[in-house]
Write a protein that binds this ligand. Structure first.
Ligand code: BGC
Length: 418
């Protein structure tokens, strides 16, 4: 349990451009947030002002002890108008990659994290006849970023959630009670297109940037079932998760992103009981999800190297973040001890950021004051950074100290579930 992590294991934190940069004015999300009558609680605005303060973010992460940083390149900045590439935006991301390397952070670069240039969406989005050509043009445009020293690239973040968002935007699905009512089925034609775009990107990266390992990241729901819910759970898991995991065949790794679990009964989702602790997103506080997500992914894609590209919790009380993450990491260590090939753990998130419609759910290791943009690391940042510095997922207990976690609780499922 207390073993040192293998060489090359990435221990860091994650962000995405739209959620932290601020003023991503050419994107579809910006238009959506600022449209009259928009359903969002508040627009992203300046977010964390990281488009200007990214050096400070990286310096802070490095000084805390982390060795890697996942961030995304914003297509809407690189190609704000159809066919017009912003050399300045490309240079910005080149600087970020070079600087990360210089300070000792391995850059893990996501090429697409939920947002699109507005023109791409108004011209038909992923279903347009030439969508893949447009994506290819973007991949060509960001070549200098990849050549600046990227060794790990994520093609598309959470295609399974992106395809659901598309179903909602097209009016073909509704979110009842937000994600708490369960995910609607992904829009199948969009899912197929995203899989094609992913294949295109992986082949492109292998051909043009042979030093880069490529994969995509899947939102994992740690689906469980009540005794009579097996068939419903199997179907839910297959359409919303496993199909996407299977598309990773031929990739260099798969990203696992895990926050909570979903329990399915015969009638569908089983609501979280009122007495169960919930996070600021309303999700069940369930740290065992990570171990289950990693084990499930390894079952569906045997032998595929795994990187935990996101795992974290939105809480106001930072002690709960430490508790959650400590339990999640113990589970991850158990999965690794059983031989699952895990190559990294990137916590979501480095900063308190724009959680797709509002700032209230604070996932950050680092608090950000949204007027002066002052960064203040929380105790969890020092705690997790010190594990990263010591190259371990589980700290050895100090002599005489009582065990801090209840291992049986860590192990997961309640008696009602399997
Ligand atoms: C996404 C992030 C998001 C996080 C927490 C993932 O679905 O990749 O952008 O902020 O989960 O909801």
């Amino acid at each position: 349990m207390h073993e040192l992590l293998p060489d090359g294991f990435l221990f860091g934190a994650s962000t995405s451009a739209h959620q932290i940069e601020g003023n991503n004015v050419s994107s579809d999300w910006w238009a959506f947030e600022n449209a009259p009558g928009s359903p969002v609680t508040e627009p992203s605005g300046d977010a964390c002002d990281s488009f200007l303060r990214w050096r400070e973010d990286m310096d802070l992460l490095r000084s805390l002890g982390f060795d890697s940083y996942r961030f995304s390149v914003e297509w809407a900045r690189v190609e704000p108008v159809r066919g017009r590439i912003s050399n300045s935006a490309v240079a910005h991301y080149v600087d970020m990659v070079e600087y990360a390397r210089r300070v000792g952070l391995e850059p893990v670069v996501t090429l697409h994290h939920f947002t699109h240039p507005l023109w791409f969406m108004t011209d038909g989005g992923w279903l347009a006849d030439d969508a893949l050509d447009r994506f290819q043009r973007y991949l060509d445009a960001v070549a200098p970023v990849l050549d600046a020293g990227v060794r790990t690239a994520v093609t598309i973040n959470e295609p399974n959630i992106l395809a659901v968002m598309h179903a909602i935007v097209r009016g073909e699905a509704e979110l009842e009670g937000g994600l708490l009512g369960g995910l609607p089925a992904p829009h199948r034609p969009t899912a197929e297109r995203l899989a094609a775009a992913h294949r295109l990107a992986v082949d492109h990266l292998h051909r043009r940037h042979p030093g880069v390992r490529a994969g995509w990241t899947i939102a994992n729901q740690a689906v469980q079932s009540t005794p009579d819910g097996d068939a419903v759970a199997d179907d839910y898991r297959r359409t919303r998760e496993d199909w996407f995991i299977e598309q990773s065949r031929g990739d260099d790794f798969i990203g696992v992103q895990s926050y909570t679990r979903t329990i399915m009964g015969r009638e569908g989702i089983v609501p979280v009981a009122p007495e169960v602790e919930r996070t600021l997103t309303g999700w069940e506080y369930y740290p065992a999800a990570l171990e289950e997500a990693v084990r499930h992914t390894a079952e569906v894609a045997p032998g595929m190297p795994i990187i935990v590209t996101e795992n974290g919790v939105a809480v106001a009380d930072d002690e709960r973040r430490i508790d959650y993450t400590r339990r999640a990491l113990r589970g991850l260590a158990r999965a690794m001890a059983d031989g699952i090939d895990v190559h990294g753990y990137l916590h979501w998130s480095a900063l308190d950021n724009y959680e797709w419609g509002r700032f209230a759910p604070t996932f950050g290791l680092i608090a950000v004051d949204r007027t002066a943009f002052v960064r203040t690391p929380k105790p969890s940042a020092f705690w997790l950074g010190s594990l990263a510095r010591r190259r371990m997922l589980v700290a050895p207990q100090a002599e005489g100290e009582a065990p801090r976690d209840d291992e049986s609780h860590d192990a997961g499922a309640t008696p009602a579930t399997r």
